[in-house]
Design a protein around this ligand. Structure first.
Ligand SMILES: Cc1cc2nc3c(=O)[nH]c(=O)nc-3n(C[C@H](O)[C@H](O)[C@H](O)COP(=O)(O)OP(=O)(O)OC[C@H]3O[C@@H](n4cnc5c(N)ncnc54)[C@H](O)[C@@H]3O)c2cc1C
Length: 306
């Protein structure tokens, strides 16, 4: 199918882009990587009258660590930039595990992390990862800039809290207070598929204790789910097999899966439990095991359906 007729603008500055969005009102949309918006326009699930392509706006294609340890990811930083990032590999285990699992190489070359957060697909991988990490989005508009925690940024399936004349200019991951550990596991029917189930776990430890934990779930509800009770169960104590089992059970209870062509609700709920256990088992002290060795995958990576 072909999209509806639309006007196309490619501004060369952020101010110009914001001005165009203001003029376009509710009928204007930002175009970043186009990997979600263009298919939706072709299917006529989206019919914007004005497309504001931000790809010519300079200075948005970065990801960098600030001196305080925060990670900033600009609106034109592609999934592929993150997949091959040495900075992520050395400082952000949960993000580094997720980056190669987003879509396929073609999509990763164009699609952006910030665009994924704005798209707010319940099956989007980055929203879970940033939620687990306590991330936020910086929005710029005619009234200035504001920072919105991710838990508030996504207001529902395919919905965010941006005003019509605001652009998400960057995503921010706060600095770690301790040593980071964690991962992302995803069951997909084939390489490049959206998640049947995805689980993001991010913990920070000081000495033996977990001092911060975040767990978020992809594809098992109408929106990305923050498993806050599961994360709280891990915090303030050492990571133990019993603690992991409790957190895994609470995360599975937080999931709201539906039976569909990808699997039964019970199957998906059990996968949440298994994935939380596997990711956290990789963070146990040597000699401790949470589940039997033949079912543990201590490193993170994609889990493919048989
Ligand atoms: C075949 C295929 C497989 C895929 N598989 C996966 C997958 O496994 N996991 C996954 O997470 N994603 C997957 N995706 C989606 C992909 O990751 C997209 O890149 C991503 O969802 C959107 O990023 P984008 O930069 O392409 O945004 P666009 O498509 O350009 O925009 C998406 C939406 O966000 C808005 N938007 C984008 N950037 C901004 C901004 N800076 N400020 C304000 N609004 C903005 C747009 O107006 C639009 O409404 C897949 C896509 C395809 C085509």
């Amino acid at each position: 199918m072909f999209p509806s007729r639309f006007r196309y603008e490619a501004p060369r500055s952020l101010d110009e882009a914001i001005g165009l969005l203001g003029d376009g009102g509710d009928y204007a949309k930002v175009l970043a990587g186009g990997q979600s918006l263009v298919p939706m326009m072709k299917l006529r699930f989206a019919s914007p009258e004005l497309l504001v392509d931000i790809n010519n706006v300079p200075g948005l294609d970065y990801h960098r660590a600030d001196p305080d340890g925060s990670l900033r990811i600009g609106a034109l930083c592609r999934h592929a930039d993150l997949e091959y990032s040495g900075l992520l590999k050395s400082t952000q285990p949960t993000m580094a595990a997720a980056a190669p699992l987003v879509a396929d190489p073609l999509v990763r070359n164009r699609g952006t992390l910030v665009g994924s957060l704005c798209h707010a697909d319940p099956q989007g991988d980055w929203t879970s990862v940033l939620l687990a990490l306590g991330g936020s989005v910086v929005a710029a508009g005619p009234r200035g800039r504001r920072t919105v925690p991710l838990a508030e940024f996504v207001s529902g399936p395919f919905e965010n809290v941006l005003e019509h004349d605001e652009i998400a200019v960057e995503a921010v991951v706060p600095p770690a207070a301790g040593a980071r550990a964690g991962g992302y596991l995803k069951l997909e029917r084939r390489v490049g598929d959206f998640a049947t189930v995805g689980v993001a776990v991010a913990i920070e430890t000081s000495g033996a204790d977990v001092i911060r934990a975040g767990i978020a779930l992809t594809g098992v509800g109408g929106s990305t789910i923050g498993a806050t009770e599961a994360a709280a169960a891990l915090t303030g104590q050492p990571l133990t097999a019993d603690g992991i089992a409790e957190a895994a059970g609470l995360a599975a209870a937080a999931a709201q899966p539906r039976t569909d062509h990808r699997g039964t609700a019970e199957y998906k709920r059990n996968l949440v439990r298994v994935f939380v256990t596997r990711i956290l088992s990789g963070s146990l002290e040597p000699g401790e095991t949470a589940v039997t060795p033949d079912t543990v995958t201590p490193d993170t990576g994609t889990e493919r359906a048989a």
